[in-house]
Design a protein around this ligand. Structure first.
Ligand code: GDP
Ligand code: IMO
Ligand code: MG
Length: 427
């Protein structure tokens, strides 16, 4: 049975939540392996559910959901999300496991995130203020606190106290901010320990058990490849690896066990926060797309910047992840838009380039080269390939021919029904 990685192919918010929720019906296990509560994955069932930390398989009865060691977990956000899905009648008993190695995000990480952003001034990244950068920094510095540290009372007091004091010194000494009350924080860690305990376990071992039992496994990416800490538009990136490498590094899953890698590619681009965005639209066009695509952050509510589909970037992203197929989302949002442009080259100074820039200054300097393609009236409502307007079929064919990656899924609306699988079932 297959192991399928679902990877964001742009700057996040491509519609990974919908794709994972759809495929989850056929899966045994869904795994979140990186990122934290900066993610916002929307699922439309009878109601709209936005998940930040829980894998997007959680609404599908019986399947197992794992939160692995590569995630940074805000316990308050986790507890709130668990309550919210239970309130929807979702039975979590024995279905949700949180790895003992997963690092914790403290309230002071969020304060530090905000202080660091303020200190960056005009060069602010535009983070989600969820404490992601500071939490991964502490992990890399090897003084982070992990879920497992909470479970033994002495270890909890020691590890949490030490990191809190480190944060308090930073907040005061560097940013001239008072830290929150220490005693109240230590009390909170006790509450975290009690509440998280029933969910804790070894997700790496569980994943390998599932592999041995030949179960279908979905590796759910968070964020998008162009926000990757190493390969993205640094420093305007997140602090984890949203590529297929995410689960390989953090879940102990060997690369050859991953059977397919589906890149989720929105029919246009969006980006939240600052940083290079070569195909960004003029504000008049962006407003139209933002409004018809509902392009406002699922986590922060911020208006998303909108741009034309960047095929140069998509082709590189497919190479880096070894994409075996695309899931093209939000095709319906381009209905009635005229003209339709796609970027098929970059101009850097006097050169045409096809590789994504390695240097930050080059990222700022590249100019997109566009092709105009025929527009169409209405793809929304199509439920078979034949029902998609010819010009939209042509648009999809352009994506396939330019990137060399076949389209496995076409999404034309937020609901599960608004989906076409042109090559048959994915799993
Ligand atoms: P994720 O972070 O990649 O899971 O994406 P988000 O949930 O942050 O953003 C995607 C948004 O687009 C959500 O509001 C989805 O409900 C919505 N969506 C997903 N697929 C489609 C689609 O094909 N058409 C339209 N119109 N909306 C979609
Ligand atoms: P999903 O999983 C879109 C962006 C932030 C900011 C940068 C760094 O829903 O696709 P961070 O808080 O991670 O330190 O912010 O990364 N960002 C996202 N943008 N979708 C996301 O997640 C994102 N997670 C982080 O806007 O530019
Ligand atoms: Mg999102």
């Amino acid at each position: 049975m297959p192991v399928v990685a679902i990877i964001g192919a742009q700057w996040g918010d491509e519609g990974k939540g919908k794709v994972v929720d759809l495929l989850a019906a056929k899966a045994g296990v869904v795994v979140r392996s990186q990122g934290g509560a900066n993610a916002g994955h929307t699922i439309i069932r009878q109601q709209k559910v936005i998940l930040h930390l829980l894998p997007s398989g959680i609404l599908t009865p019986k399947i197992k959901c794992l939160i692995g060691p590569g995630v940074v977990l805000d316990p308050d956000a986790f507890i709130e999300e668990v309550k919210a899905v239970e309130a929807l009648g979702v039975d979590l008993k024995g279905r949700l496991t949180l790895d003992l190695r997963t690092h914790l995000v403290f309230p002071t990480h969020k304060l530090l995130d905000a202080c660091q952003e303020r200190a960056r001034g005009k060069e602010m990244i535009g983070t989600t203020s969820r404490g992601i950068g500071p939490a991964y920094a502490d992990k890399a510095a090897r003084h982070g606190v992990r879920v497992g540290d909470l479970l033994d009372s002495r270890q909890r007091k020691k590890a949490c106290g030490k990191l809190f004091d480190n944060h308090a010194a930073l907040l005061k000494g560097v940013f001239h901010e008072e830290a929150p009350d220490r005693a109240a924080f230590m009390e909170k860690t006790e509450f975290w320990a009690e509440t998280l305990k029933p969910f804790t376990g070894d997700t790496v071992a569980l994943l390998h058990d599932a592999l041995d039992r030949n179960q279908t496994i979905i590796l759910e990416g968070a964020q998008g490849t162009l926000l990757d800490l190493d390969l993205g538009t640094y420093p305007f990136v997140t602090s984890s690896h949203p590529t297929v490498a995410g689960p390989i590094v953090a879940m102990g899953i060997p690369p050859q066990r991953i059977d397919s890698v589906i890149g989720v590619l929105k029919a246009y681009c969006t980006r939240v926060g600052s940083g290079p965005f070569p195909t960004e639209m003029d504000e008049k066009t962006a407003k139209i797309v933002r409004s018809s695509g509902g392009e406002f952050g699922s986590t922060t509510g911020r208006p998303r910047r909108c741009g034309w589909l960047d095929l140069v970037a998509a082709k590189q992203v497919a190479r880096w992840n070894g994409c075996t197929g695309w899931a093209i989302t939000k095709l319906d949002v381009l209905d009635n838009l005229e003209p339709i442009k796609v970027c098929t080259g970059y101009r850097l100074g006097r050169r045409n380039v096809q590789n994504l820039p390695a240097g930050a200054d080059q990222w700022e300097a590249v100019k997109p080269l566009y092709e105009e393609l025929p527009s169409w009236k209405k793809s929304a409502g199509a439920r078979r390939w034949e029902d998609i307007p010819k010009a939209a079929q042509n648009y999809l064919a352009k994506i396939e021919s330019f990137t060399g990656v076949p389209i496995e899924l076409i999404s034309l609306g937020a609901s599960q029904e608004a989906t076409i699988l042109p090559r048959g079932e994915i799993i």
